[in-house]
Design a protein around this ligand. Structure first.
Ligand code: CP
Ligand code: NVA
Length: 310
């Protein structure tokens, strides 16, 4: 049977998303009732290679694996031979002989694709410069939980046309929600690259004025202005992005029950004010918690075990 990688959302259809949501939801419910350990992955090992920092992704995947009775091994890239120049392909060939599933957080998207190409076990993209697929599946799960559905929900992405924004655009290819993207004109999503990779079958609305974009928004979503690896551009970005801050006056333009979301880490007073982050519309902390449940759904989907819960 063909190996299932989780690299970009481009290979997922609506049914795959629903399978992941269903299993995540059931495991969440069972955990909340006290059934923390559901031993579907006894004796299975995950290798987690991180070439960039992480708090949520690292810990939620580790706990997810162990609550499924498997084990996870944290591999900071620089402490492996990758840090001394061993190729990603050779690393994949060796590690897939020991492990049952791999996760990589890295810079170039091609590095994740290369790992998957040379690995005999499934590979999960734990964030690249171009995409952050695990995050968006978890965010859609949160929207589904809060609004009852993601169908026809108007999601407005405000800020940088980065990896998180690209993953929203990819999810939009498979699912029936509305997506509006609002970025400074010079920081739009990489439309051409999305198209070149065959991932842009339909283009979301692009409205550069954030105050116009959030009209009737049911979800306002933002992310950092300076992603990991772009620190040199921080000062310049802060000036350009200032009008895109998610604050109370922007939120006032949206629907009254609009959810405010952020993948975290947040920079209070930059892309979002503390007032909105901690305010009544924010579901950001629940969104972060849901990463744990949805990582389980993603792992089980990759290992073709998503139907085993019954
Ligand atoms: N949102 C997210 O991926 O957080 P971390 O960088 O802490 O993993
Ligand atoms: N766009 C951010 C997301 C962090 C989870 C980054 O790549 O740094």
């Amino acid at each position: 049977m063909e190996k299932r990688d989780f690299l970009n959302l481009g290979n997922l259809n609506a049914e795959d998303f629903e399978d992941i949501f269903r299993v995540s939801e059931e495991l969440k419910e069972r955990r909340e009732k006290g059934e923390k350990i559901v031993p579907l992955l006894k004796g299975r090992f995950m290798g987690m290679i991180f070439e960039k920092p992480s708090t949520r992704t690292r810990v939620s995947f580790q706990v997810a694996m162990e609550e499924l009775a498997g084990r996870a091994i944290y591999l900071p890239g620089r402490d492996t031979q990758l840090g001394r120049g061993e190729t990603i392909g050779d690393t994949a060939r060796v590690l897939s002989g020991y492990l049952d599933i791999l996760l990589l957080r890295t810079f170039a998207q091609d590095r994740v694709e290369e790992l998957a190409k040379n690995s005999s076990v499934p590979v999960i993209n734990g964030l690249s410069d171009f995409l952050h697929p695990c995050q968006i599946v978890s965010d859609l799960f949160t929207i589904r939980e809060k609004k009852g559905t993601y169908k026809d929900i108007r999601v407005v992405y405000i800020g940088d046309g980065n990896n998180v924004c690209h993953s929203w655009i990819l999810a939009y290819q498979a699912l029936d929600f509305e997506l509006v993207v609002s970025t400074p004109p010079g920081f739009q999503p990489q439309w051409e690259e999305l198209e070149k990779r065959g991932w842009l079958r339909r283009k979301p609305a692009y409205i550069p004025d954030p105050y116009k974009a959030v009209k009737d928004a049911q979800v306002i979503y933002t992310d950092v202005w300076t992603s990991m690896g772009m620190e040199k551009e921080e000062k310049e970005r802060e000036e350009t992005f200032a009008p895109y801050q998610v604050n109370t006056s922007l939120l006032a333009q949206a629907a009254p029950d609009c959810l405010v979301m952020h993948c975290l880490p947040a920079h209070r007073g930059k892309e979002i004010t503390g007032e909105v982050l901690d305010g009544r519309n924010s579901v950001i902390w629940e969104e972060a918690k849901n990463r744990l449940h949805v990582q389980k759904g993603i792992i089980l989907w990759c290992m073709r075990k998503e139907k085993e819960l019954g």
